[in-house]
Structures are given as C-alpha cells and as structure tokens.
Design a protein. Structure first.
Length: 144
C-alpha cells in the first residue's frame, strides 16, 4: 500500500486497515453507502511537515491542515511567536475574507508574513506564509 500522504483521519482511504473487514462483510448497496459516509469524513487532511527558520536554521516539526478551498499559506500568530519566527510587517494589510465574501471575525487583517523553508518527504520549498489567528490550527496549506 502506498503511504505517500500521511493522514491522521481515522477513516482515511489511506489507512483501510482501520476499517477492518467492515467493507468486505456487507452487500454492494451498503458498501457504496458506507464509502460515501467515509468520503464525507475526509474533508480534513493533516500532513506532518518540517519548517526551518531562515535565520537560525532551526527545524520545527508541525501538523499542517491541507485545505483545497484556501488560497495561500497561513501560520498561526501564537505559534509564530512561541516558536520565534521572524515576522515581517506587510506594507499593506491583507483583509481576510470567508468563502461568502464576509470579513473574517477571528483574524481581521493580516499584518505580518513569515519566510521559512518547508519540508515534506523529499520536497523542499521556500515558503512565504501569512500570519493570522488560526485558533488550534498551526498551519494551513492552501491548494489554490
């Protein structure tokens, strides 16, 4: 089984062993219904990525939410401060908007950015992340 994408979702299609023989012991109609329910739970995909500070080359392991509905890369303000990332002030603040185009109440405007190296398996990328309040999530990796 290929495990190129780490997922912590209990019902992940990447970890069918967690389902046991449940899918094999039911008829086809129930199996399709069950698979639909499982796929609805796959809305969150978490990756373990590494971040490297550019100034000190210190490495930090972090869980990141991969989100196909988000544009850009985001780091939580509290996480950035606690881990000592160098935050650069933006010349112009960026207004955070929800999907329905309303202003985001939790984050307000994005005022800072963090530059770092991001590692996932063999892939290394120089990343520029917008810093805002993400609550319990430390990183969001947008796919758009």
């Amino acid at each position: 089984m290929s495990s190129w994408l780490a997922s912590n979702n209990v019902y992940s299609v990447l970890h069918p062993e967690k389902l046991g023989n449940k899918l094999n012991s039911i008829n086809t109609t129930e199996r399709v219904r069950d698979i639909r329910c499982i796929l609805q739970l796959l809305r969150e995909v978490w990756l373990k990525v590494g971040l490297e500070k550019l100034e000190s080359h210190e490495g930090i392991a972090v869980k990141a939410l991969l989100d196909s509905r988000v544009t850009g890369l985001f780091m939580d303000m509290t996480f950035a401060k606690e881990k000592g990332f160098k935050m650069e002030k933006l010349k112009k603040p960026l207004l955070v908007r929800n999907v329905d185009r309303t202003a985001n109440a939790g984050g307000g405007a994005i005022m800072h950015q963090v530059k770092c190296n991001m590692f996932f398996k063999e892939h290394i990328e120089r990343a520029r992340m917008d810093v805002c309040n993400l609550g319990k999530t430390e990183l969001i990796l947008g796919m758009l």
